[in-house]
Design a protein around this ligand. Structure first.
Ligand SMILES: [Zn+2]
Length: 343
């Protein structure tokens, strides 16, 4: 959540929680902050430990995919090892907006599906601006045991991109959480370069989702170590506890203020110097927070800045062996996602 010191009581409710429902509604109501992506994308291989090392490459800056790494090249169907029973396909032409499309096609699960779906493609498209008549969506989904919709695979046929983008839910070896991957082995969601969390479950909110939310939210279990992304000095801890819970503010040496909210435990005191990578806190679910997550916010003076711009981003990619395993595992969903044959 944002820093709520000056918020009016009703506004606190509006901003409350970074909850799924709140995110869904506000995510779909966004639009005031549309702007071109200015952060460069750097491709990064995934190593055995699941961490990503930035690598330089001019083609990477355009988000170009690693076609050469895709396996197998035989063109033969890959046998699937994943059961697809219980999963259903939702398929639709885009109607007005993604929100409307999912409301029409997804019934009472439409809003929640739209939220998860948006999170898969927001990295490559300004969905509000770039969706066009004639675009179509497909989603393989089911109700998870907790009642929320779970997406195994999703695709967007985009006139703007001139191709169909598809993402598959899959857990890479060494990763603590599943993520979503393109069939060429690139990860669908981008990651912060040198961000405060080495591992997290999912980015659930970025600044461009909605102008009222001033930070980036990372869904992650309570107790995940938070590292200082830059050298700096701790300026405040635990201010406005009701809203922010346990929190730490660090003035980076370049003058930018980094705020880390909803922590379970602070590991630094006001006035302390911190070095890059030093664990400053553990994530939590304190203050106005409805689920365990880290809210990471950056300010330069009065201005809120986007961590995606400030840090830059990386896009991880699987190695050839991992791609083969992933493609084998998701082949059943790939078939379900594919357009029905035109006769
Ligand atoms: Zn937040």
């Amino acid at each position: 959540m944002s820093d709520l010191r000056d918020a009016k009581p009703w506004l606190i409710y509006v901003l409350l929680g970074c909850s799924l429902a709140t995110n869904v509604m506000l995510l779909l109501a966004r639009g005031a902050s549309d702007k071109p992506d200015s952060h460069a994308i750097v491709q990064a291989p995934i190593d055995a430990a699941g961490s990503a090392a930035p690598v330089n490459g001019s083609a990477a800056a355009t988000g170009a995919v690693h076609e050469a790494a895709v396996q197998p090249a035989s063109g033969q169907a890959v046998p699937s090892t994943a059961p697809t029973a219980g999963w259903t396909v939702l398929r639709s032409k885009v109607e007005q907006s993604l929100a409307r499309t999912f409301q029409l096609a997804g019934g009472e699960s439409g809003d929640a599906l739209a939220s998860v779906y948006t999170r898969l493609f927001v990295w490559d498209l300004e969905l509000r601006r770039d969706l066009q008549a004639g675009d179509s969506i497909a989603v393989v989904w089911r109700h998870a045991p907790d009642g929320l919709p779970e997406i195994a695979a999703a695709s967007l046929q985009s006139e703007k991109l001139g191709r169909t983008v598809a993402a598959y839910h899959w857990q890479a070896p060494g990763d603590p959480f599943p993520s979503y991957w393109h069939l060429d082995g690139t990860e669908a969601p981008l990651r912060l370069r040198d961000g405060p969390l080495a591992q997290y479950e999912q980015i659930t909110s970025v600044l461009k989702d909605r102008p009222t939310h001033k930070g980036m939210d990372f869904k992650t279990p309570v107790g995940t170590p938070v590292s200082a992304p830059r050298p700096g000095t701790v300026t405040r801890v635990n201010w406005n506890w009701t809203a922010n819970g346990n929190c730490v503010e660090i003035r980076y040496d370049d003058g930018v203020l980094g705020k880390f909210l909803h922590l379970s435990e602070n590991r630094v005191a006001e006035g302390a110097r911190v070095s890059v990578g030093q664990v400053i806190a553990l994530t939590g679910n304190t203050g106005h927070s409805t689920a365990p997550h880290l809210h990471y916010q950056l300010n330069r003076g009065e201005k809120t800045i986007d961590p995606l711009d400030y840090h830059g981003t990386i896009r991880r990619s699987l190695n050839a062996e991992q791609i083969a395993a992933m493609r084998r595992d998701v082949a059943g969903f790939e078939s379900m996602l594919a357009e029905p044959a035109v006769r």
